[in-house]
Design a protein around this ligand. Sequence first.
Ligand SMILES: [Fe+2]
Ligand SMILES: [Fe+2]
Length: 223
Amino acid sequence: MPKIHPKNWRQKFIPSQAVCMSIFSRRPAGAGQRNYMNSFFPVGTRSLLFGVHLFWFHPLMVAWAWWRLYGFPRDPRLWMSFFLHDLGYWGKPDMDGTAGEQHVELGAAIMGRLFGPAWKNFTLGHSRYYAQHLGLLPSRLCMADKYSFVLESRTFYLWRACLSGEINEYLAHRHHGKYAVMGPTTYSAEQRADLLAWHTELAEYLRRYVLLHAHLATPEPKG
Ligand SMILES: [Fe+2]
Ligand SMILES: [Fe+2]
């Protein structure tokens, strides 16, 4: 196993074995088995409590991304959308599956109740899938959401993704079902390098996407 150079702090601080030994990072149950941990403490809830969508931190990153893309968000309704848009992950058994895709609905419903249908669509539009479904371009909230990934600390992001176990799903999407390789309780040096490669690739893709689409996105409702 190749050694990590002690001076390379970036690799050194990528999710340590201690964190990745989290019970939540274990590989998903195989065919015919039941993942009891996911039944009682679903990955969507873990994501909000201490994972990638950490309920107090992710909205602040989205606000920062919005500031960088469109100027300081002065409208308090925008701040509400930053804090509410991902709340629907609560109780979801997956992040990017059929259930996870529906996470946009709860926050959008609350925004709709509070501020009307235009804000509901704006919040739904933070998902490219939902925007397409509505026949709209993704909203500016989508751009800020994506750009927040680019802006935030890679180390902190990967720690949270490992701690909650979300990383298994994200990497599985990259490796097309190679859970057996990427879902162990600890990560070897090669696998940590792979986490870095995954993050770098995705950040580059999102940076390009936002660069090309930020000016086309549906703006927040006025008035
Ligand atoms: Fe979301
Ligand atoms: Fe988000």
